[in-house]
Design a protein around this ligand. Structure first.
Ligand SMILES: C[S@@+](CC[C@H](N)C(=O)[O-])C[C@H]1O[C@@H](n2cnc3c(N)ncnc32)[C@H](O)[C@@H]1O
Length: 381
């Protein structure tokens, strides 16, 4: 994605009223633009704020000098002015603080590397690391400068498996890298189809995807499915599941529901959740194995403590095809198996049915409904 200028790029990509940081502020001209365009709720301005300093304009032209002592006072009028080496100052901030950090301080290879390393920790998942002087656009610049920025950014992207998402084509070109969300995709339940339709789409996502599949697979097919899933880097666990006898012919079982299928689905959801262990994930999304979708649902800016579930397909309860949220709330979602007895005991009108059971289990937990289309695999058995 290319924009004519960096401010166009920022206007298009960065949310307004967020937490914004600029590394290297010089005369505060760009800081003022950030205030006018983004109306940040917090603006942090990092600079050495020391001695006389010179810089060109956004195109690298018209070099001017200023007194950085005076600029320190100027910066304080616009936001929080933080004096000192930027990567050292940045390291004192909490991780996942900023919606966007713009790197334009020490332009040496080592300086940019250090700023990038810190910025990656301090930007929120899904947030932006941007910066100036990645390369020159000689349609606008009069002088060609050669900084360490490009080498540092390219190496950093290769190491972290990131891409330059956008450029702002001033004379000195700006780059934009989006910090990916670390997403756990849980696939759990009775394996009823080939299980190859959903995962390739999921793996195409721009996010950092980790698949955990806990499946009830017929024993004769187990090795085949395991190999297939492991090829696409899923962590897989295949286990047969036998429904405890007390549920098999439970009087509250809805006539159309197979207790075996339902219990197996919720049993494997619990197991898939356990497969993640203590690892941190920004988002956990759980899918039934027979679901097809072209893409992941919108995962950015989720409210902590809310479970996101597609609209429609409730069958008198709550859609059980997929759900997502932060790891804590998804622990509750995936714990349903442990609480089936509570549901059966608590409500005399209650029917043992996947969607109604889910609705009962989710009461008291904020559920947000999302427009997200899924289909059922026509090969499911
Ligand atoms: C190119 S100017 C910034 C221009 C500004 N971003 C703009 O677009 O108007 C570079 C700034 O980085 C600051 N700087 C250089 N090395 C730094 C470091 N290690 N830590 C913090 N600031 C630094 C300088 O004091 C200078 O003000």
């Amino acid at each position: 994605m290319q924009f004519d200028t960096r401010i166009d790029m920022i206007r298009a990509l960065v949310p307004t009223r967020g937490v914004i940081g600029e590394i290297g502020v010089f005369k505060c001209d760009f800081a003022r633009q950030l205030v006018n365009v983004l109306h940040p709720k917090r603006l942090v301005l990092f600079d050495l704020f020391e001695g006389p300093m010179c810089s060109g304009d956004v195109d690298g032209n018209d070099v001017t000098w200023c007194d950085m002592g005076e600029m320190y006072l100027e910066a304080q009028k616009l936001g929080e002015a933080v004096k000192g080496d930027s990567s050292t100052s940045l390291s004192t901030f909490e991780d996942d603080t900023f919606d966007m950090l713009y790197i334009d301080g020490d332009h040496s290879y080592e300086g940019v590397r250090k700023d990038l390393e810190q910025a990656y920790k301090k930007v929120k998942p899904g947030g932006w690391i941007m910066g100036h002087d990645y390369e020159m656009n000689m349609n606008k610049a009069k002088t060609k400068y050669d900084f360490g920025v490009k080498k540092a950014v390219d190496e950093f992207c290769a190491q972290k498996n990131l891409v330059i998402h956008a450029k702002g084509l001033d004379g000195c070109v700006s780059f934009a890298i989006r910090k990916r969300l670390k997403v756990a995709v849980l696939i759990s339940g009775r394996l009823t189809c080939e299980q190859t339709r959903l995962i390739p789409q999921v793996m195409n996502s721009k996010e950092d995807i980790h698949v955990f599949a806990s499946l009830n697979v017929p024993s004769e097919d187990r090795e085949m499915y395991k190999n297939r899933l492991e090829k696409i880097h899923a962590t897989v666990r295949c286990e047969p599941y036998t429904v405890p006898s007390e549920y098999l012919n439970h009087p509250k079982k809805a006539p159309e529901t197979s207790a075996q299928n339902m219990m197996s689905m919720y049993y494997h959801s619990m197991k898939a959740f356990e497969m993640m262990g203590d690892e941190h994930f920004d988002v956990v999304i759980r899918f039934r194995p027979d679901i097809i979708s072209d893409s992941l649902p919108p995962l950015n800016e989720l409210e902590p403590g809310c479970v996101y579930i597609p609209l429609k397909g409730d069958w008198g309860g709550l859609n059980d095809r997929t759900a997502y949220g932060d790891k804590d709330v998804m622990r509750t979602y995936c714990d349903i198996y442990k609480h089936i007895d509570d549901a059966l005991r608590s409500d005399p009108t209650y029917r043992l049915h996947p969607e109604t059971l889910l609705a009962y289990h989710m009461r008291g937990i904020p559920v947000k409904r999302v427009e997200y289309d899924t289909a059922l695999d026509e090969n499911r058995r």
